[in-house]
Write a protein that binds this ligand. Structure first.
Ligand code: CU
Length: 116
């Protein structure tokens, strides 16, 4: 009986360790979220990147860019939508290779400038 109790107790300890380990790795995998929260508490981050225009949505005022790594904000290469104004998109079309500057606010990217 005593032995059983000890076994149960140590199993519980192992399980809580395992749960903790999972939490930690989940937080690491979600690195972008943590990064964004850090930036929000500081000032807005502005960064430069190069990419290819994958889509333009005039109704939503977004441009979807397949961009390379952006070390300034610790982003890996990815395809994502940025807020953009009609003026900024003048002369640009899907498939164009562009270099652009953007700021990150509340986890969303907004184009500051974009050119071929
Ligand atoms: Cu991105």
């Amino acid at each position: 009986m005593k032995l059983t109790l000890i076994t149960v107790a140590s199993t519980a300890v192992v399980l809580s360790f395992a749960a903790h380990a999972q939490d930690t790795s989940a937080m690491k995998m979600d690195g972008m979220e943590g990064m964004e929260m850090k930036q929000e508490s500081k000032q807005m981050a502005v960064a430069n990147a190069e990419g290819t225009i994958k889509a333009i949505d005039p109704a939503k005022h977004t441009v979807t860019l397949a961009h390379g790594a952006v070390p300034a904000v610790q982003w890996p290469p990815m395809t994502m939508a940025f807020s953009v104004s009609d003026d900024q998109l003048a002369g640009l079309k899907v498939g164009d290779r562009v270099s652009f500057t953007f700021r990150v606010e509340g986890g969303k990217g907004t184009i500051v400038s974009i050119k071929k």
